[in-house]
Design a protein around this ligand. Structure first.
Ligand SMILES: *[C@@H]1O[C@H](CO)[C@@H](O)[C@H](O)[C@H]1NC(C)=O
Ligand SMILES: *[C@@H]1O[C@H](CO)[C@@H](O)[C@H](O)[C@H]1NC(C)=O
Ligand SMILES: *[C@@H]1O[C@H](CO)[C@@H](O)[C@H](O)[C@H]1NC(C)=O
Ligand SMILES: *[C@@H]1O[C@H](CO)[C@@H](O)[C@H](O)[C@H]1NC(C)=O
Ligand SMILES: *[C@@H]1O[C@H](CO)[C@@H](O)[C@H](O)[C@H]1NC(C)=O
Length: 267
């Protein structure tokens, strides 16, 4: 296995922003608890899941969320490995996308999210894969020299090194090529509290509107784990599965396979 040097980190606004379409990755998602919702009656979709957690419904997140660290502790690391999916368009929009990422905070504490991942999309018939990092509410920035294609096996990692600093890493597992970025909290109120760790497929905002969600097939999140400040390793079997509902229609399913692996399927 050849190890590449770290790619040059020239922070650039994401292409869509450069062309005037601001992309904001995430504010707190809207949630409905399935236990008090009739219209979101989809519990059978996760019946094979060993997760004992109640499913949460969101209009922009699907995946799994640890909404609380072990008592007296905080999340300082979250990572996963996934294969860049082949995406397909339903032909209704020239640009369709979804974002696959890991992050700390943002689910129940919304002042800040340290996050990194990959946008998978299609523009005018061509696949579009972009690796990015973000300290929300600052906009996401791309790694311009990190090229991706369907089938690449990608490891994404965020580490909080303090409440106001962190590291985002995206690695091509096949080649060992790594992009690393050290980030600082963009403003005094956007500090991390380490209360949430999450593994997400997001229908993000593009130009102020939810991007038409691309058909991302099925994404398997492998080797998914979080780590706490006190060194505890926490997996996804105790995490809350998030299912996405757009315009009243369920568009994803989550299947938690075991403590380190789950699948998000576009439906
Ligand atoms: C996610 O959905 C919630 C609820 O509709 C909305 O308030 C929030 O702005 C959305 N966030 C993003 C970044 O799309
Ligand atoms: C929800 O599922 C339960 C159990 O299958 C069923 O009895 C109930 O009628 C369903 N409610 C709706 C709104 O579909
Ligand atoms: C990642 O690895 C795959 C398979 O080895 C390769 O085809 C692809 O070009 C690599 N991507 C980058 C950005 O190096
Ligand atoms: C990120 O955290 C993980 C887990 O503690 C650790 O193994 C890894 O070395 C850290 N990476 C960096 C660049 O600090
Ligand atoms: C989870 O399942 C996958 C696929 O069968 C397996 O490779 C992995 O080792 C399992 N991990 C754990 C923690 O059981």
């Amino acid at each position: 296995m050849k190890l590449f040097e770290s790619v040059k980190l020239l922070p650039l606004l994401v292409a869509a922003q450069a062309t005037g379409n601001p992309i904001i990755k995430i504010a707190a998602p809207s949630l409905t608890d399935s236990s008090d919702s009739d219209s979101h009656n989809n519990t059978e979709t996760i019946s094979h899941s060993p997760s004992s957690q109640t499913t949460a419904y969101s209009n922009n997140w699907s995946g799994t969320v640890l909404s609380q660290p072990p008592s007296g502790d905080e999340f300082t690391h979250v990572s996963t490995t996934f294969t860049i999916p082949k995406v397909s368009s339903d032909g209704l929009d020239s640009y369709q996308s979804a974002s696959v990422w890991v992050g700390i905070d943002g689910a129940t504490v919304s002042d800040a999210i340290l996050q990194t991942g990959v946008d998978v999309g299609i523009r005018d018939g061509s696949p579009l894969y972009t690796a990015w990092y973000q300290w929300y509410p600052e906009a996401s920035l791309t790694w311009p020299d990190f090229e991706l294609q369907a089938g690449d096996v990608i490891v994404t990692t965020v580490n909080a090194t303090s409440k106001t600093s962190g590291i985002c890493i995206v690695e091509n597992k096949s080649t060992g090529q790594k992009a690393t970025k050290t980030l600082e909290s963009p403003n005094p109120s956007s500090t991390l509290s380490g209360q949430n760790a999450e593994w997400i497929v997001e229908d993000f905002l593009s130009d102020g509107k939810p991007v038409p969600l691309v058909d991302f097939g099925e994404i398997t999140f492998e080797e998914s784990r979080a780590e706490t400040k006190k060194g505890k390793s926490v997996g996804v079997s105790g995490a809350t599965p998030y299912v996405m509902i757009i315009d009243g229609k369920q568009v994803s399913e989550v299947d938690v396979v075991n403590d380190s692996q789950f699948k998000v399927k576009h439906t």
